[in-house]
Design a protein around this ligand. Structure first.
Ligand code: MRU
Length: 319
């Protein structure tokens, strides 16, 4: 299950808008095609869009495009995930001739980072539930589809499963793009990891019933003080966790930490089209009223129990 594949000439993007019913790949042969794939959500998830942007810049250089302009367009394709800037900066430090190798390295490293983060998070969760069934709740999609492979928060689940633990995942459907319903369930079914899908608003009831050992979420940008921007609805999960004394775990690759951002208030939040909330595809279920559709929200650091990173557990402020 690869969200992205570089064949030496072009980037192939698994079109996540069509999942789970259709598996189709987009052929991106220039940087604008990559910009469109990111902006249009064919590829999504902070680490995956960082990697895609790196390959986009490689394509720009290969095609003799204006690389400065391509870099600006890639950076602007989605404003919240800082991984985009992190990946483009890594390439920009090197001569163009080394970009393809660096993009390959960045892509491969992401898998290793996720495995390390998976171990870190799994150790923590196993400490909470040393024996028997582990029930966790997750929001959005943070799996192989959102990364270079394995996943961040969903990577913790994969690691628990690989260790032989009986793990069951409560999957928030994740309105309005349904990343949980369409993508996370799809990944879990393929891995034969038991899961149950729920409407986002049902999560607190489960916590009140004592059916959630921990909530595991990813992040798009973590500010220096530990505030976390992630898919809209994450903040509500964190509040429910606090009310029910459920640990709230953020799987946090260091590529998602923004040392230039003092706190959550400084994180740019992407606002998306009203049509995403008024309906789906060609279906419309609401009249043409004004819509509030932030793609992300910010969870304050004080609601985070632990950040599981590839360098171990960390607590803010990060200094
Ligand atoms: O809008 P999306 O689908 O790109 O949002 C994705 C998320 O919010 C993820 O939780 C985050 O990027 C972490 S993915 C490992």
């Amino acid at each position: 299950m690869n969200a992205l594949r570089w064949d030496g000439e072009v980037l192939w993007v698994l079109d996540q808008r069509l999942l789970p019913h259709t598996v189709e790949h987009l052929r991106c042969s220039d940087s604008m095609a990559v910009v469109e794939a990111i902006r249009g959500m064919a590829v999504r998830g902070a680490p995956a869009i960082g990697i895609a942007a790196a390959w986009g810049l490689v394509l720009a250089a290969k095609r003799g495009e204006d690389v400065e302009q391509a870099s600006r367009a890639l950076l602007a394709s989605r404003p919240t995930a800082v991984n985009l800037r992190w990946a483009l900066d890594r390439l920009a430090r090197l001569p163009t001739s080394e970009w393809a190798d660096e993009a390959r390295r960045l892509h491969d490293e992401d898998l290793a980072i996720n495995k390390a983060m998976g171990d870190c998070g799994a150790d923590y969760v196993e400490g909470l539930v040393p024996t028997g069934r582990i029930q966790v709740l997750t929001h959005c999609n943070t799996g192989a589809l959102a990364t270079g492979g394995w996943g961040t928060a969903l990577g913790i689940v994969r690691t628990l499963h690989a260790r032989g633990r009986d793990v069951h995942v409560w999957v928030d459907e994740t309105r309005p793009w349904l990343q949980g319903a369409r993508l996370t369930t799809w990944e879990l079914v393929q891995e034969q990891i038991p899961c149950t899908l729920l409407a986002d608003a049902a999560a607190p009831i489960l916590m009140a019933q004592g059916q959630v050992a921990a909530a595991l979420v990813g992040c798009d940008r973590v500010a220096r003080n530990g505030d976390v921007a992630n898919k809209t609805g994450t903040y509500a999960v964190a509040l429910a966790c606090a009310a029910h004394h459920v640990p709230f775990v953020v799987a946090m690759p260091w590529s998602s930490v923004d040392p230039t951002c003092p706190d959550g208030g400084a994180i740019p939040i992407e606002q998306r089209a009203p049509s995403e909330v008024l309906g789906w595809g060609t279906a419309r279920w609401a009249p043409e009223v004004p819509v509030f559709n932030p793609a992300f929200d910010v969870t304050p650091a004080h609601l985070v129990t632990v950040y599981a990173s590839e360098r171990g557990r960390v607590l803010p402020p990060f200094g």
